[in-house]
Design a binder for this molecule. Structure first.
Ligand code: GLU
Length: 275
């Protein structure tokens, strides 16, 4: 059986132990299955990505003994493809222009955004719209298929979910597929690239379990295959908080500068994962 998996970081900061854990999990799974591990640079948000962070990703992963047989796919090289997919969805009436900010939507409705929340925005004259997936239109387009949307969880979700799962795109509401600032958005780019790269198995953290529900719907709408999903727990710091670049978690690079070698870093990851 073909086995292709990937690690898909965004170069918006240096990688921390949690990234290393996710990358090693995918790398190890591919190695054990005799499959292929790919690296993808999710750099659509040019306002937050920096070249030194991208270089850091290559250095950090190589330092951990990882390699990838194909050149990394850089999403910024494929913006036209995401825009074309968005245009297809627009033509099919599956996305709508939303002129409200996330904050305004949150004030208008407690809960996930829905189409009705967005219609009374400030209007086209004032702002560029973002483009949101219309769950209502998607449900109508899929008919009876809607209820059969699902995916197979080969690991465990945050609440222990395992095996065949029904997809509930409603948990995320009408997600943005075209951001007003950069034109495209994560959910759209990721499903296109998982299909483009022939990804059969996705290993990633519990923080993205809910995203899977939306991505399965997008795969169906765009006629793309749904891979198997294997979600894993996130590494936590000593106060039980998830590691995060923006919270200043120590980076892999910091550990190396402090003189930790690969084996010591791997041992620290293993110990943190067990804690
Ligand atoms: N780029 C995403 C992140 O850094 C991961 C995407 C994915 O694994 O689907 O959180």
């Amino acid at each position: 059986m073909t086995y292709r998996t990937r690690f898909a970081p965004s170069p918006t900061g240096y990688l921390h132990l949690g990234h290393a854990y996710a990358a090693l999990t995918a790398f190890e799974a591919a190695r054990q299955a005799g499959g292929t591990f790919l690296l993808r640079i999710e750099d659509i948000d040019r306002t937050r990505c920096r070249p030194e962070y991208e270089t850091g990703i290559y250095e950090d992963l190589r330092a951990l003994g990882m390699e990838w047989p194909e050149p990394p796919l850089r999403q910024s090289d494929h913006l036209a493809d995401y825009e074309a997919a968005l245009e297809t969805l627009r033509t099919r009436g599956l996305v709508y222009a939303c002129y409200k900010t996330r904050k305004e939507l949150a004030q208008a409705a407690q809960g996930a955004p829905q189409e009705g929340d967005a219609v009374a925005g400030d209007g086209p004259a004032e702002r560029e719209p973002s483009w949101r997936l219309s769950l209502k239109a998607a449900c109508e387009a899929l008919g009876a298929e809607w209820k059969r949307l699902g995916f197979v969880e080969t690991g465990h979700g945050p609440d222990g979910e395992t095996g065949p799962q029904t997809a509930w795109p409603e948990v995320n509401g009408d997600v943005v597929l075209g951001r007003k600032d950069i034109g495209v958005a994560y959910h759209l780019a990721v499903v296109i690239d998982d299909a483009r790269e022939g990804i059969t198995h996705i290993h990633r953290g519990h923080d993205l379990f809910a995203a899977t529900h939306t991505q399965v719907l997008l795969q169906r709408l765009l006629g793309l295959p749904t891979p198997l999903y294997c979600h894993h727990a996130l590494l936590l710091d000593d106060q039980g908080r998830r590691l995060a670049k923006r919270k200043g978690s120590r980076s892999l690079r910091d550990y190396r500068i402090e003189g930790m070698d690969t084996e010591a870093i791997k041992a620290l990851i293993a110990a943190t994962a067990k804690a």
